[in-house]
Design a protein around this ligand. Structure first.
Ligand code: PMV
Length: 347
């Protein structure tokens, strides 16, 4: 049936990869599988207002950020609509007003593309669902993840929680290159409410975008070996998430972070996204871990910020370390406390 106008609002969280996605094929197909913790506090809230319009030759939309017009994201959304139109044939029949805000400070160096694209995708699926009422919840979220992937690869891991796998992998039934799936087995108690404190080391625009970085994995001297390693690490981390072995968890997660950056260091052209304070923080986390045996570790995204990961039961000790020591290496002493969370929510 037909719907004249309406409004939806959803939130979608950011996510932090444990085994990293770095390198892709055409149509946003990942070169290797990845796995992430969905976050809880770092979210994008997006409302989608829609109204039937005259004619259906073009996409028509307004973009607002915190209620104010935001022109610079328009080409990104235009490209996203072009990519997903074949899966949502109603797109050109409506005028959309997309209003977005983030719970984390903008220009914090926290990528909002994952949470942003996931939030937009679930909103569009709400309209798709109203137009075709026969739809299971499973289909709804799977297709939302599929669409989010076409906006920004890692966004497909932000629709569901609390541990999501994206990319075909032999050990994981139902895994797919096309959308993220929830971790299929029971996750050990040790990972319940797992903490992620994000230390904001550098809030500036990064020198090389992720899009360019992914592209540099084509003809990269170590690409094939790296893709193989990601498969191996995914098998290992699957077993670790079930057994709760934190020592082994730390090894994989830190190695993955440094390998991601090693791929950047060995690209042609080569580049460095870590800052001196990134390395200071890493060294201090290692020192603290050696001295206390507290199972705290770090991971990195494609940037200088450090994600500090640790179990809930050592929260006080780690926050103490952060407040007394690590905060000195953060820009304007800024950090964000987050933890593992549950995916997109209708508001
Ligand atoms: O989703 P993109 O294209 O922004 O790529 C992000 C890749 C990393 O954040 C570096 C790793 C990952 O798996 O999230």
């Amino acid at each position: 049936h037909s719907i004249e106008k309406g409004l939806y609002k959803w939130s979608a969280p950011s996510n932090i990869a444990l085994v990293k996605y770095w390198g892709k094929k055409d149509h946003q197909i990942p070169a290797n599988p990845s796995i992430s913790f969905t976050l809880n506090n770092c979210k994008t809230l997006t409302s989608l207002a829609f109204e039937k319009k005259e004619g259906n030759d073009n996409f028509s939309f307004d973009l607002l950020f915190e209620g104010k017009p935001k022109e610079d994201f328009k080409p990104k959304i235009q490209k996203f609509f072009e990519r997903i139109e074949q899966y949502l044939p109603f797109l050109k029949e409506y005028h959309f007003t997309i209003n977005t805000e983030n719970t984390f400070p903008h220009s914090s160096g926290i990528a909002s593309s994952a949470s942003g694209m996931a939030a937009l995708a679930v909103n569009l699926m709400s309209l798709e669902k109203e137009l075709n009422s026969e739809m299971t919840e499973e289909y709804f979220f799977q297709k939302a993840s599929f669409l989010a992937r076409l906006g920004s690869g890692s966004a497909c891991r932000s629709v569901k929680g609390n541990v999501v796998i994206w990319g075909n992998h032999n050990d994981i039934d139902g895994s797919s290159d096309l959308f993220g799936v929830e971790f299929p087995n029971k996750i050990h108690e040790n990972f319940k409410n797992y903490q992620d404190t994000i230390l904001l080391v550098d809030k500036g625009e990064k020198q090389v975008s992720s899009t360019v970085g992914h592209d540099l994995m084509h003809h990269h001297p170590y690409a094939e070996r790296r893709f193989k390693q990601a498969h191996e690490n995914l098998s290992k981390i699957k077993a670790i998430l079930e057994s709760g072995n934190l020592q082994e968890f730390i090894k994989i997660v830190e190695s993955e972070a440094l390998t991601l950056h090693a791929m950047m260091l060995t690209s042609m052209p080569y580049y460095i996204l870590m800052k001196p304070n990134t390395l200071e923080i890493i060294n201090r986390i290692w020192k603290f871990r050696n001295e206390t045996n507290i199972p705290v570790c770090f991971t990195l995204d494609a940037g200088a910020n450090v994600h500090v990961l640790y179990p809930e039961n050592v929260r006080e000790e780690v926050l103490e370390l952060i407040k007394n020591e690590l905060v000195g290496f953060c820009q304007n002493s800024q950090y964000i406390c987050d933890e593992i969370g549950f995916g997109a929510k209708k508001l």
